[in-house]
Ligand binder design. Structure first.
Ligand code: UDX
Length: 438
């Protein structure tokens, strides 16, 4: 099949490369000329494990192309995917659909033969109707159908998520469209990945509902963690105890500093706005947003308390700045709020991250950066793990205790056990696991 991918950002690039890997001929378009030029040199503009290999192999095999000319991508395409950004609109938090509608207008001019235009971007319910209207307005004679085919990729494991999805959601209004889109994913459903066929509006809603549910799940366990700390219970054992119930499930029950990233914060906000607009308020989602916002600053208060209630003049090493491991993405990372709050409290902060320092420099307030965890720890009074990168799971604690001035170790991701850390003279603080409870 011939596939056009409009937008070579995160979702577009990963999906385009993986679809080429299935044997389709995929052309990725982006308005950013420099991005296209570097992709043609097989330089990947995002940090995603394994993506460089999939791109390089499929470019070499003559299945994956990059272009700055939209008509080139769309003209022969059977399916055109819209995978442009839908950021939060400044001021009101609604999803900004400027790029989606601009893409629809451009696509309309180049359509030929029966073409399915499918949105992969996360878009409010009813956006497909508007894309359909734009396409017909701009090109009344076109044989085109609009579908919704949301993506559930996680940063850091996007290739694996694409190739082994829990499900593929296809929202379409007619059988011809459904069949064409099912054909795109043939290698996956032959491999038993469930296909969920539904309407366009339902597919659009599924994407938001999935992200909101996961965000609620995380927020729920975070509140339970607080209760564990007050009551002497252990949140990890609570998570296991409830997660083994098949109706609840064990995933996304890791307590921590609150969710961040490019999806959950913006999508929960947009979903809450959609609920209000349709007069079906999503109060659980609204509360999730508020609780998660407050949690980030509360984590800084936890660090201050661990340091004896005052961090003025103290040096705090923050390990892990990105919103999760295996990415260089700083968007809505809890570290942004935590670092700011520690500076507000008078601390001196030094940060280290395996991949995110460059991005951190432009979003964090001015702090010092170290190029290893150990350099960050030098002369620090307190060490805080904010993101659970693998390299932080096996730190040389003896070396750290020698390098540091103070003995405070705050583990906001629960990746250590108290006795392992306290053996080296540290005072250990974690999330939802009070003294002696882990
Ligand atoms: C998410 C969804 O998982 C994905 O399906 C969707 O398409 C895009 O948004 P992503 O933002 O890449 O993916 O990361 P994810 O692994 O879901 O983590 C999101 C945030 O939740 C991170 O800040 C992470 O640290 C936090 N989290 C996740 C927890 O605090 N606890 C958990 O148990 C799981």
């Amino acid at each position: 099949m011939n596939i056009a991918m409009i937008g070579a950002g995160y979702v577009g690039l990963v999906s385009g490369a993986c679809l080429a890997d299935f044997g389709h001929r995929v052309t990725c378009f982006d308005v950013d000329e420099q991005k296209i030029a570097s992709l043609r040199r097989a330089e990947i503009p995002i940090f995603e494990p394994g993506l460089d290999r999939v791109v390089a192999e499929n470019v070499t095999a003559g299945r994956l192309f990059f272009t700055h000319h939209l008509a080139e991508a769309v003209a022969d395409a059977d399916v055109v995917f819209i995978a442009v950004g839908t950021p939060s609109r400044r001021g009101d938090g609604f999803a900004d659909l400027t790029f989606v509608y601009a893409a629809a207008r451009m696509i309309a001019q180049s359509l030929s033969g029966f073409t399915v235009v499918a949105t992969k971007s996360t878009v409010p319910i009813g956006t497909g109707d508007e894309v359909d209207r734009i396409l017909r307005e701009e090109n009344p004679g076109a044989d085109v159908a609009v579908a919704s085919n949301p993506e559930f990729l996680r940063e850091g494991s996007a290739i694996e998520d694409f190739k082994r999805p829990d499900r593929i959601v296809i929202g379409a209004e007619d059988d011809r469209t459904r069949e064409l889109l099912a054909e795109v994913y043939r290698p996956l459903y032959l491999n038993d990945a469930p296909l969920v066929f539904t309407t366009r509006r339902t597919a659009e809603l599924i994407k938001y509902a999935a992200n909101a549910f996961l965000a609620m799940k995380i927020t729920f366990i975070n509140e339970i963690a607080d209760l564990c700390e007050r009551t002497g219970a252990n949140v990890q054992e609570v998570a296991r105890g409830i997660g083994l119930d098949g109706r609840i499930g064990p995933k996304f029950l890791n307590a921590g500093p609150g969710f961040g990233g490019s999806c959950f914060p913006k999508d929960t906000l947009a979903f809450a706005k959609i609920g209000q607009d349709f007069e079906a308020p999503l109060r659980l989602v609204e509360t999730t947003i508020a609780v998660n916002d407050q949690r980030k600053r509360a984590m800084a208060r936890k660090v201050v308390a661990a340091c004896g209630g005052d961090v003025r003049g103290k040096r705090i090493a923050v390990l892990g700045l990105t919103f999760k491991p295996n990415t260089d993405d700083m968007r809505e990372s809890p570290s942004i709020v935590i670092v700011q709050a520690l500076l507000d409290a008078g601390a001196e902060v030094v940060g280290y991250d395996p991949a995110g320092i460059e991005a951190a420099r432009s979003v964090l307030p001015p702090i010092d950066y170290a190029d290893t965890a150990y350099k960050a720890a030098e002369e620090a009074d307190c060490l805080v793990i904010v993101t659970e990168w693998n390299e932080f799971r096996s730190l040389d604690l003896e070396q750290l205790s020698r390098l540091m001035r103070g003995p405070v170790f705050v583990d906001l991701r629960n990746i250590y056990r108290r006795h392992e850390v306290e053996r080296f003279g540290f005072s250990y603080f974690s999330v939802g696991r009070p003294n002696g409870a882990e």
